[in-house]
Design a protein around this ligand. Structure first.
Ligand SMILES: Cc1cc2nc3c(=O)[nH]c(=O)nc-3n(C[C@H](O)[C@H](O)[C@H](O)COP(=O)(O)OP(=O)(O)OC[C@H]3O[C@@H](n4cnc5c(N)ncnc54)[C@H](O)[C@@H]3O)c2cc1C
Length: 502
């Protein structure tokens, strides 16, 4: 019996482990609900609901192929032990997972158990992330070649005489209540629908509109949770995008620009996960160790809580946080701004705000997340320091204030022209401090103080030596020349790979 262990790859199409296992013998498709994993500080109710919906659909898809998904709850080692005793486990198949510290330790335990019990564990590559990568040189070309390979076809399965087991609810797992009425639905069907509608209807103005909190909701692909939990594979998305680009007419210029830009983002997905694969400590420690004493280790609880609730007194910032809490999604720029304000203006160590954001994101993907959290906090040492101004971002991205009006009804009495800075309105005393909080920081003074502290470290003589080592290991090769000479102003907005800034 070939046990195929589903992890963050909840699909049967382009599932190399499933296809290969079925070529060897009868397959038992297994998902293990691990209560300890779901109690980690980065896990949440909304993520589980998305996963549960995706599992239900996967179970149906596998049933159509001959054998429904088997769901068990407990520790993976214990479940495997039980299957082995019943004579239902000759080999274990799965995809490689570049997850958080908890899943890494669990995989170490599974590997040790397999070794001790003579069970071969075949781990196959899931997307464009390489284990034991020697060098970043040529990474993007390798990614392109991998994505061009044919998708693995879903096999037919022989039925196994085994109780399928039920999929627990969030309450069964003890996950606290979480109100996110706008959360994206789970399931491969929903993911494929998003892919199709993005490539054929919604994506034309992606490049122009992606940073707008209103337009971005439909102009962005919204594929992130489906990619994060593997309901669709990166190769399926990359190939569909390439095919659509080939079919474009010469006159379809905005489509062409947008889909090229989208292709860049697909590279970023794996580029960032590669970082945690190569250096798992990125989840726990400052990438650049000279940043270790920069911020207090224990965050100011009142400031953290105000930021988490969207009650900082800065309307655009608060609207973004409340939108995230309610929908589980934000575009890239708004995520970057939320994190940058926590790290710079509020001067909070990135770990606690990073965990809050992780829980809020339905698409939480540890490799992307912790790399981005550190990048937006200035602790990687290799990225341009970018301190977003929450008022300016509001004027730029929500000029008419529609977005703020949606999420902050308590500002209804504030006239449009003062919506981004309600403290300047004539009637501010009727609203501020009564229905909406006073500002908890002065954004100009806080940004200035943060910039000075960060640059005090970056100017130290030993800063560059460590930064060069980090860049050699993690940075994209495209912007290498720009990175040589960091300046307080910074030449690249975000110093992102694949020739683009966001
Ligand atoms: C602080 C912070 C935390 C983040 N945490 C996550 C996370 O946990 N999970 C996650 O998927 N993304 C994360 N991102 C990246 C990005 O914001 C989201 O991928 C994107 O907003 C998802 O929306 P979309 O699917 O419509 O993206 P699109 O713009 O349509 O892009 C398509 C896909 O490309 C990938 N992608 C896009 N932007 C990035 C990026 N900047 N870095 C890496 N991959 C990218 C995603 O897989 C995305 O689904 C984070 C960004 C920041 C600033």
């Amino acid at each position: 019996m070939q046990v195929v262990w589903f992890k963050r790859d909840l699909r049967c199409s382009d599932h190399a482990a499933l296809t290969r296992a079925a070529q060897v013998g009868p397959v038992l498709p297994l998902y293990v609900v691990e209560p300890d994993l779901w109690q980690q500080p980065d896990a949440s109710h909304r993520q589980w609901c998305f996963v549960a919906e995706t599992l239900a659909e996967l179970r149906d898809d596998l049933k159509l192929r001959g054998q429904p998904l088997v769901v068990r709850q407990g520790s993976v080692v214990e479940i495997l032990e039980g299957l082995m005793r019943q004579g239902r486990l000759s080999a274990l198949w799965s995809h490689e997972e570049s997850g958080n510290g908890w899943t890494f330790q669990r995989d170490c335990r599974v590997a040790a158990w397999c070794r001790d019990n003579g069970i071969p564990w075949h781990e196959l590559q899931n997307h464009g992330v390489w284990r034991r990568l020697q060098s970043r040189d040529g990474w993007a070309k390798r990614w392109d070649r991998l994505m061009a390979q044919p998708c693995a076809s879903a096999p037919q399965l022989a039925p196994v005489d085994i109780v399928p087991g039920s999929i627990p609810t969030a309450r069964d797992l003890g996950l606290g209540s979480d109100v996110s009425p706008g959360r994206q639905s789970g399931g491969r069907g929903a993911g494929l629908e998003r892919l199709e509608s993005f490539l054929n209807q919604r994506g034309e103005h992606y490049q122009r509109a992606m940073s707008s909190p209103l337009e971005g909701t439909s102009a962005c692909s919204r594929l992130s949770p489906y990619l994060a939990w593997g309901a669709v594979s990166m190769r399926e998305v990359a190939q569909a995008n390439a095919a659509r680009q080939r079919a474009l007419l010469p006159a379809e210029k905005s489509w062409r620009k947008s889909l090229r830009s989208f292709s860049g983002r697909l590279h970023w997905h794996c580029h960032f996960i590669q970082k945690i694969e190569d250096e798992p400590r990125i989840e726990f420690e400052n990438l650049h160790r000279l940043m270790d004493d920069l911020r207090p280790k224990t965050p100011d609880a009142a400031r953290l809580q105000a930021w988490e609730k969207g009650e900082t007194g800065y309307p655009f910032l608060d609207a973004c946080m409340r939108c995230l809490r309610s929908t589980g999604w934000l575009n890239f720029r708004m995520r970057a701004m939320l994190m940058a304000v926590a790290a710079y203006h509020l001067w909070l160590d990135w770990r606690a705000p990073g965990q809050h954001l992780a829980r809020m994101f339905t698409d939480y993907e540890p490799g992307i997340h912790w790399s981005q959290v550190q990048m937006q906090s200035g602790t990687t040492g290799i990225n341009t320091v970018r301190i977003y101004n929450p008022v300016k971002q509001g004027f730029d991205q929500d000029p008419t204030g529609i977005f703020i009006r949606i999420w902050l009804p308590e500002l209804a009495q504030i006239p449009d022209r003062h919506l981004h800075e309600p403290w300047a309105a004539d009637n501010s005393a009727e609203v501020i401090g009564r229905h909406y909080p006073e500002r908890i920081f002065d954004h100009m003074a806080a940004a200035k103080a943060a910039r000075e502290k960060i640059w005090e470290v970056r100017r130290r003589p030993d800063f560059r030596t460590q930064a060069d080592v980090i860049a050699a290991k993690h940075a994209s090769r495209k912007n290498r020349s720009r990175r040589k000479t960091p300046s307080p102003k910074g030449s690249a907005q975000l110093d992102l790979p694949f020739g683009e800034t966001s």
